[in-house]
Design a protein around this ligand. Structure first.
Ligand code: SF4
Ligand code: SF4
Length: 460
């Protein structure tokens, strides 16, 4: 058979199409080589659990990173798809018996993709929308009024019942489906710059408000303030603080992450605090990574190290310094609850005992453990918007596992998990409330009882 293809032109075009990692911090071959391909990580990997392909497992992705590094595999759309399908949950880091630092490998891979791979236009536009709006509370607030109207007018119910958004774009439909109820507290920040401790001052702490947290569940920040002040903390809240950069960091938006990190460090520069506290685990993990994120910035590296030395999850902090205030039962009979481990708390920060310790101090609380407690709920920053199919399955499994414990209440310390679990509870027709441990401690400190009616818990 004759072909009109010119072999020279075809080789040139193949070379042009071959895109690999650039020399700017590719995944470290030494870290890649530390993987002995044992496969222990596969069973704990949520993307492998749902997709079922080796290339969507930690081991498979490490092979791909190696292949791209060696120039044997191109950074093609197919390759990128396997990196994109990673939730960044870091369960594989916890599981790996050889100590493979997959977190560092995927963190190096994502910016490479953003620099060297051209995404299809609709995906590019969606990502641009996310990164230019979500991490900016002021921009998000512009959208809140029309979104609130959309919810209250009944239009949301109609749109959901017709289900046509999914046909137009599964990602837009996913974004709509995780939209929490917009409360009056979402429209402006009300927490002042300095809040005195109640009683004797034990610590001066800084507090990070979180950009999604303050808009979509501001009650958690209010509760955190009350719990900290009741336990002798004076709180400093820099009013100009922005996003911590977690959203951008998890998606390889390197420059945006660095900008947010520098702004956050500057916001706390003169605060003279003993600790900088955060109540959302995704943010906490990124805040603790600032020194790594700014390692090549001579002006900020040392400042980042000092900042990181003070960052604590609020539960980590309170468990370490101890609660000094009296706690009351939340109801007049034992309260059965399940604590949901957020990935960036459990795998990213290795915090699992402290939240349970705090919750168990509330009289009458009985904690249950779900099966697959360490498996991601599918939220993973904006993963549930960008990859709705995988996220849906993980959300479904997580809610089944949590509710199968028979718990009356779910305690969750991450805004992303809160949104994802709430959505799937609703989809499964379950009315179990989801509350942050800070809200539970706050109720307990204030002596507020949670009411039950026909076995359903009512949060007033
Ligand atoms: S990452 Fe760790 S657990 Fe997974 S295959 Fe490699 S060595 Fe084994
Ligand atoms: S970070 Fe999570 S999703 Fe990604 S490879 Fe590891 S276990 Fe799988």
């Amino acid at each position: 058979m004759q072909t009109s293809e010119n072999p020279v032109t075809s080789a040139e075009s193949a070379a042009k199409q071959f895109l690999g990692f650039d020399p700017n911090n590719p995944p470290d071959p030494t870290l890649i080589d530390s993987c002995v391909h044992c496969g222990f990580c596969l069973s704990t990997c949520p993307s492998y659990r749902v997709i079922g392909k080796e290339t969507d497992s930690p081991r498979g992705r490490i092979y791909l990173m190696d292949g791209v590094n060696e120039g044997e595999i191109p950074l093609s759309p197919a390759t990128v798809q396997h990196f994109d399908s990673c939730l960044g949950c870091l369960a594989c880091v916890t599981t790996c018996p050889s100590g493979v630092q997959y977190d560092k490998l995927i963190a190096a891979t994502r910016p490479q993709i953003e620099r060297n791979h051209s995404r299809p236009l609709p995906e590019k536009l969606l990502r641009q929308l996310i990164f230019s709006v979500f991490p900016y509370p002021d921009r998000m607030r512009v959208l809140l009024r029309p979104l609130g109207l959309y919810q209250k007018s009944g239009l949301q119910k109609l749109v959901r019942s017709l289900g046509f958004l999914k046909q137009i774009s599964p990602q837009i439909a996913a974004m709509e489906s995780v939209l929490p109820n917009i409360s009056a507290g979402a429209f402006q920040d009300t927490i002042p710059a300095l809040i005195p401790a109640q009683g004797q001052k034990r610590y001066r702490v800084g507090m990070i408000l979180g950009c999604v947290q303050r808009l979509f569940n501001p009650a958690v920040n209010d509760a955190t303030v009350r719990v900290l002040t009741a336990n002798g903390c004076e709180i400093v809240v820099p009013q100009l603080q922005g996003c911590c950069g977690a959203l951008s960091h998890h998606q390889g938006q390197e420059e945006q992450t660095k900008t947010f990190a520098r702004q956050m460090i500057d916001a706390f520069a003169d605060s003279n605090v003993d600790a900088i506290l955060i109540n959302a685990s995704g943010c906490g993990h990124t805040l603790k990574e600032y020194a790594h994120i700014l390692q090549d910035d001579p002006d900020y590296y040392e400042k980042a190290q000092e900042f990181v030395s003070k960052v604590k999850d609020v539960q980590e902090f309170l468990a370490a310094v101890g609660l000094t205030v009296k706690l009351s039962p939340l109801q007049d009979k034992p309260l059965v609850m399940v604590y949901q481990d957020a990935c960036h708390m459990l795998h990213g920060q290795k915090i699992s005992i402290q939240p349970r310790q705090l919750l168990k101090q509330i009289p009458g609380v009985q904690l249950r453990e779900p099966i697959d407690a360490a498996l991601c709920c599918g939220s993973a920053g904006v993963y549930n918007i960008l990859h709705p199919d995988v996220a849906e399955e993980l959300g479904r499994q997580k809610v089944e596992n949590l509710t199968n414990t028979g718990a009356q209440l779910i305690a969750s310390a991450n805004i992303g998990c809160f949104v994802q679990i709430s959505k799937h509870l609703q989809l499964q027709g379950k009315t179990v409330p989801v509350l942050h441990p800070m809200q539970l401690l706050d109720y307990s400190i204030q002596g507020i009882e949670l009411q039950t009616e026909s076995n359903n818990m009512l949060i007033g």
